[in-house]
Design a protein around this ligand. Structure first.
Ligand code: 6PG
Length: 470
């Protein structure tokens, strides 16, 4: 008699931790992994009356109550399609497959359509919070058939992180919406991490602060409006001693990896025509960080100014205010991509709820997200987060700090692509002219691409005189 409430395929760190989380919440979980030994190890290491290992796919599937709920916690890409193909012969109409990996949202849309024709419900679920989040409460972003969501909602909400009694899990939207929201979450995560890294460079190389002081500064910032998981772990990181002496941070090669979700976000923004310059800058900085030889050559052959030590008054507070303003812009960019996606993919994304489920469990969890939730609860049609009263006030109050800190960093050769793109975004929106009239004139001059006039409707081509360009 099938007993199990849900089955999880993939017993690596994320899959096994989610299984244990579900078992802890009283759900009967069937665990399966292609390499059986991994299932055996997980079960032996974590004995739990609610979790049972299965060693053939048939036994695993036959253990599940109907409609079957099968969660895939496996590597994104081809492996997901392969496992779906393996499962299909065993499944009945109405069964549910849940992909909890970092799959590309367009793959999820494809898989959802393919399985819908077989009356199999498919959910692409973004899960954020790393291994600790999976074990004790991630932020969960489910997308898929709304009419089948009630089948999996109790399990997902139970295992998610909570803010008070509110689960950090909400139905995001149809087909690939959940994976899309997770993708942009990761893009925002990249920008957040880049901003913190730039604040570190400014504090260390211009402020001259050592790791101990840096840890103290980030710890203090974490007590205030910048309170967040990423600021908190940064304070920890600068305090972490290396057994061989000094701190671990100074022993890590200055070259960052990226599995690709941030890059997907940046590519998507170009496809949708949305400016998320800070997320793109964060991706590009990771790319440049890998160019070790070129960087060494540039350091030797380009005269980058050394750091002057004429610190402005209240230097640390100036950096903190700059970081907060820049963070506002990073989230404004990310949520503007969400808004564009609603039109592109016919999703009804609830921005207030998305921000609300980011308040705990996920990597970008922060006090700041309460403000975003409030902003969209006040006005769900806000064209840009910058224009919410709270954020607009903060930008107007603190943009002068951002300008001063950017000038200080630029004049001292400190790379601050995310900070500077934040200011560029503010100025591009706020300045009377962005130079597009000249772009239009040039396009019309060489390509007769026409332009619109400020004094009358319609489109025009002008016969440009070659005054100087003969
Ligand atoms: C999360 C994380 C996670 C991501 C890691 C590594 O939300 O739990 O975003 O999904 O895989 O952060 O991502 P990168 O290698 O792209 O930095």
């Amino acid at each position: 008699m099938p007993q199990m409430d849900i089955g999880i395929i993939g017993m690596a760190v994320m899959g096994s931790n989610l299984a244990l989380n579900m078992a802890d919440h009283g759900f009967k979980v069937a665990a399966y992994n292609r390499t059986a030994i991994l299932t055996k190890e997980v079960i032996e290491k974590n004995p739990n009356k609610n979790m049972t290992g299965f060693y053939t796919l048939a036994d695993f599937i036959n253990s599940l109550q109907h409609p079957r709920k099968i969660m895939l916690m496996i590597k994104a890409g081809k492996p997901v399609d392969m496992v779906i193909d393996e499962l299909l012969p065993y499944l009945d109409r109405g069964d549910i497959i849940i992909d909890g990996g970092n799959s590309y949202f367009e793959d999820t849309i494809r898989r959802h359509a393919f399985l819908q024709e077989k009356d199999i419900n498919y959910f692409g679920v973004g899960i954020s919070g790393g291994e600790k989040g999976a074990r004790f409460g991630p932020s969960i972003m489910p997308g898929g058939n709304k009419n089948a969501y009630s089948q999996i909602q109790p399990i997902l909400e139970a295992i998610s992180a909570h803010v008070g009694s509110e689960p950090c899990c909400t139905y995001i939207g149809e087909n690939g919406a959940g994976h899309y929201v997770k993708m942009v979450h990761n893009g925002i995560e990249y920008a957040d991490m880049q901003l913190i890294a730039e604040a570190y460079l400014i504090l260390h190389y211009i402020g001259g602060f050592d790791n101990k002081k840096l840890s103290q500064i980030f710890h203090e910032w974490n007590e205030g409006e910048l309170h967040s998981y990423l600021i908190g772990i940064t304070a920890d990181i600068f305090a972490e001693d290396d057994p061989q002496g000094g701190q671990v941070i100074d022993k890590i090669i200055d070259s960052a990896g990226q599995k690709g979700t941030g890059r997907w976000t940046s590519i998507q923004s170009l496809k949708q025509g949305v400016d998320i310059s800070m997320i793109t800058a964060a991706c590009n900085t990771r790319v440049v960080s890998n160019l070790i030889d070129d960087r060494q050559r540039a350091a030797n052959e380009i005269n980058i100014p050394t750091c002057a030590k004429n610190l402005p008054d209240n230097f640390i507070e100036e950096v903190r205010k700059s970081l907060y303003v820049a963070k506002i812009i990073a989230y404004a960019q990310g949520f503007s991509l969400y808004r564009s996606a609603c039109k592109n993919y016919n999703w009804q994304l609830n921005f207030a709820k998305i921000a609300a489920i980011f308040r705990a469990g996920c990597i970008i969890q922060a006090e700041f997200l309460n403000k975003i939730t409030l902003a969209y609860e006040k006005n769900e049609n806000l064209s840009n987060l910058m224009f919410d009263e709270f954020f607009l006030d903060n930008i107007n109050t603190n943009q002068s700090s951002l300008r001063r800190i950017i000038c200080l960093a630029v004049n001292n050769g400190i790379p601050i692509p995310a900070f500077s793109n934040a200011l560029q975004y503010i100025d591009a929106h706020g300045s009377p002219k962005i130079g597009a009239n000249l772009i239009q004139a040039q396009r019309d001059y060489f390509g007769a691409h026409t332009f619109e006039r400020i004094d009358k409707p319609g489109t025009f081509h002008h016969e440009w005189q070659e005054h100087y360009s003969k």
